[in-house]
Design a protein around this ligand. Structure first.
Ligand SMILES: [Zn+2]
Ligand SMILES: [Zn+2]
Length: 332
């Protein structure tokens, strides 16, 4: 197989030919059709997440077709299209797993971080953590649903029954969540980098009722805010815009330090909460919702071997929506 490999934190990924991986008991192998580029991949490459497996093939928004099955996998068959998400494995026996919170498992494996991911022509996954996907249509537009959509969905759940929802950072996750929130009858206000007229126009096209810079006041106070940008100062900024009893949801896996702020911003039962990973139930719930809600993803595709360029474009804020890598065997 061919893969983009991270050997050392901070170095560019290298395009390499590797032996085809063999699925072990309980595992499956896919020919990758498409793999989305998530901000978490940037955090892995940039060394902002502790103890990645190195060398590692990043990528956890994998759409592929099963081309080999390990022993004991009976529920899935060769040729089936599946999605492989960030949660690659949970132990099933720790207190969190037993409690239905496998997203907080004590002994998890994460795709593209502590087990190899989908920046490749082939990928192996724990079959129990792969989601069967719709067989029809191109794979690339589905890929961003597997993390941006899925973790976005989980973060939307933490917003409770908020009617007026603020989204900070209008990238891959927010552009999907905005559509889902609209389908649920919520009003969406989008906060972008100050002065980013293009991102604000993009948000308005996707149904946001208002779009402005993260330094601006929304037209009405928010019931809840979800922060997708990895920028700590957005936490007090969002707190200042939510009403009494409202919640600020931090949806990223990494954020720069949150500056100190006056207690009055938190007073009156405002809350700050983080969202970590996903459960398989989140995936089933979201993919079921997405199939009926007609969510559309806005994507920019790159050949697999240009993954470094996709990461650079994401880092620089040059993308509208999500980047998706397409392996060579799918293109030819
Ligand atoms: Zn566990
Ligand atoms: Zn992700």
């Amino acid at each position: 197989m061919f893969a983009m490999v991270l050997h050392e934190i901070g170095s560019p990924l290298a395009y390499e030919e590797l032996p085809d991986p063999t699925p072990g008991p309980g595992e499956l192998r896919v020919r990758v059709e498409a793999c989305g580029v998530c901000r978490t991949d940037l955090h892995v490459v940039d060394g902002e997440l502790p103890n990645p497996m190195l060398p590692i093939v990043p990528g956890h928004e994998i759409v592929g077709r099963i081309d080999a099955l390990g022993a004991g996998v009976e529920a899935l068959s060769i040729g089936l299209r599946v999605g492989i998400p960030w949660l690659g494995h949970a132990c099933g026996t720790c207190a969190y797993c037993e409690d239905g919170r496998e997203n907080l498992c004590d002994r998890p494996l994460f795709t593209g971080y502590t087990r190899n991911g989908g920046y490749a022509t082939h990928a192996v996954a724990d079959a129990r953590f792969a989601f069967p996907l719709d067989d029809e249509g191109p794979a690339a537009p589905i890929a961003p649903l597997l993390c941006a959509g899925l973790i976005g969905w989980r973060s939307l759940g933490f917003a409770g029954d908020a009617k007026i929802l603020g989204l900070y950072g209008f990238g891959a996750a927010a552009h999907i969540v905005a559509q889902a929130a609209r389908k649920q009858g919520r009003t969406v206000f989008a906060f972008t980098r100050p002065g980013d007229a293009e991102a604000q126009a993009f948000a308005l096209r996707l149904g946001a009722a208002w779009a402005g810079g993260s330094d601006e006041k929304p037209p009405e106070p928010l019931d809840a805010a979800i922060i997708y940008a990895p920028i700590g100062p957005l936490v007090p900024a969002a707190l200042a815009n939510i009403r009494k009893g409202g919640v600020v949801v931090c949806a990223g896996i990494h954020m720069s330090d949150i500056p100190s702020f006056p207690y009055s911003l938190l007073w009156e039962e405002r809350r700050i909460v983080s969202v970590a990973n996903l459960t398989r139930q989140d995936g089933l719930d979201f993919l079921g919702f997405a199939a009926h809600a007609g969510l559309e993803t806005s994507i920019t595709t790159y050949p697999l071997e240009r993954a470094n360029e996709a990461l650079a474009d994401l880092r620089a804020g040059r993308l509208q929506g999500a980047a998706v890598l397409i392996p060579p065997d799918v293109r030819s």
